[in-house]
Every structure is written in C-alpha cells, then in structure tokens.
Design a protein around this ligand. Structure first.
Ligand SMILES: [Mn+2]
Length: 269
C-alpha cells in the first residue's frame, strides 16, 4: 500500500493533484494546517472543500488531523460535507482497516493535561500516528505504541527515535513523504525535501524488524539522541534515579533547548 503524506498544504490544490497523478497513492494523509494564516478568508475554505470533494470523487481514502489554523467553525463546516472517503481523525475517531491510524490533533497536543495522558493511558498499538504538534510537545507522542509517527507544523525530520520512525514536515510542497507499507515489520519511507538546494530524498527501510537508512537529516542523528535522552531523563526522574539538575545538565550538553525540556521534566507527579 502506497501512502502519500503531506502537511500544512495551505489549500494548494494544484500541486497536490499533480503529485497524486505522479505518485498514484492508495491513501492520502494530511497532517494539519489545511489553510494558511489567511484562514479567515472564506475563499481558502471553499477551495479546500473543492479539493476534498475531488479527492472523495477519486475514491481516494484521505485522513486529516486538525492543525492550529484549522479553527472550529470553519473546520467543522469543511468536514460537514457527507464525504465517502474523507475523514478527520483523532484518538477516538480512528481507522483500523486496511491499517490502523490514529490522529493527535493540535487542540489535543496543545493541552498539556491531555497530551500527558498519552503516557499514563496510552492508546492501543497502531500502525501510524498523524499529528499536528508543536516541537516542545513532541516527546509525548513517543508514548504511543506505533512504528510510524508523523507530524506537521514545523521542522524537517526523518529520524529513528526509540525504535520508531519520526517524520516531521513544515509545509507542502516543500516536503512530502511516501510510505510504502506492507506490514508492521516491513515498510519503506521516502522523504522528499526541496526547501534547501534542490531536491533531497531521504529514506528509511524497515525489513523484518531492522532499520536501515540513507541520507538522514544529520549523520550523527542529533535530533534522535536529544529526544531519546529527554524521554530517558524523564523516566529516571520519575523513578527517583536522577535529580532535575543532573537531568538538565545532560540535556544542556546535548544542546536541547530548555524550552523543549522544561515541561517534560516539570510534569513529574
Ligand atoms: Mn501549524
């Protein structure tokens, strides 16, 4: 199954259709911020509705997660059309066939009380998580048992973190991802990024429970070690096996911004 994942599409239908025409996916994932800063304009929402209706006419299953620009009355209006194949996902409204996907929308991850429940009361095992989550809240996503975690909103990452693939995209058409998914133990991911100098393609292959990768974002996998360290320090702190000062020192040494670790370390009951 070929899955095309996009985020922050900003109602750009022209590029989306040409990409769909060349990739020929079996499924489309839209990781939030379907409209841009001009979300107040009725025309953006109307354009977006035409886009979703066209995807629906193609019978292309399309799953959406709500971003911070996808505000309530407009987004609800957008989703109120009786689509056959287009759905907005969250933790409750998930799909299970042909693969399982849950959504972590921005209004969930933006609420610290809610996102903390991913650790205390994690959802059941799923294939893919689509999300629209700010950087400082992303460590919480790794408590979800899933092999692939994908978010929009900010940053370009294709990393392996705690034995999961983490994908983040800033905006379409600068980035997009193609997931060739056979099973939980066998998949191949290609990440396309043309935001720097020409088109870069980064790849992760997962075969029989083993990762191999090409052209990851930095060869030292700096981001992955930062997030892994943050999650580990949180757990050590909870178990009383380190102090906040020691944990902070370790994270400072790795160059993790205090903005990104403050909340994760602070919420220890
Ligand atoms: Mn956003």
């Amino acid at each position: 199954m070929k899955i095309l994942a996009l985020s922050d599409i900003q109602s750009d239908s022209r590029n989306i259709f040409s990409l769909i025409g060349s990739v020929l996916p079996n499924m489309v994932l839209l990781a939030g911020d379907l409209v841009d800063k001009i979300w107040k304009h009725r025309s953006s929402w109307k354009r977006l509705r035409s886009l979703l209706m066209l995807l629906d006419d193609l019978s292309l299953p399309t799953y959406i997660v709500r971003g911070n620009h996808d505000i309530y009355p407009h987004f609800d209006w957008l989703m109120s059309f009786p689509y056959k194949r287009v759905e907005s996902l969250d933790l409750k409204n998930k799909i299970t066939k042909p693969i399982s996907i849950i959504g972590v929308p921005h209004n969930f991850s933006d609420d610290l009380t809610k996102i903390r429940t991913l650790e205390t009361d994690p959802p059941p095992l799923v294939d893919i998580v689509i999300s629209h989550t700010e950087s400082k809240r992303r460590p919480w996503l790794f408590y979800i048992p899933a092999k692939i975690i994908l978010t929009g909103h900010f940053d370009q990452q294709l990393s392996v973190i705690n034995n999961r693939v983490f994908i983040s995209m800033s905006s379409f058409p600068s980035q997009y991802t193609i997931i060739n998914y056979q099973s939980r133990n066998n998949f191949h991911i290609e990440y396309f990024d043309n935001s720097y100098h020409g088109l870069l393609i980064r790849e992760i292959e997962y075969r029989n429970g083993r990762f191999s990768s090409k052209n990851l974002f930095d060869s030292s996998n700096h981001y992955a070690s930062q997030v892994e360290c943050l999650i580990k320090q949180r757990s050590l702190l909870r178990e009383g096996l380190t102090t906040r000062k020691e944990a902070q020192d370790k994270l400072d040494k790795l160059g993790v911004s205090p903005n990104h670790y403050r909340e994760v370390l602070a919420c220890i009951d």
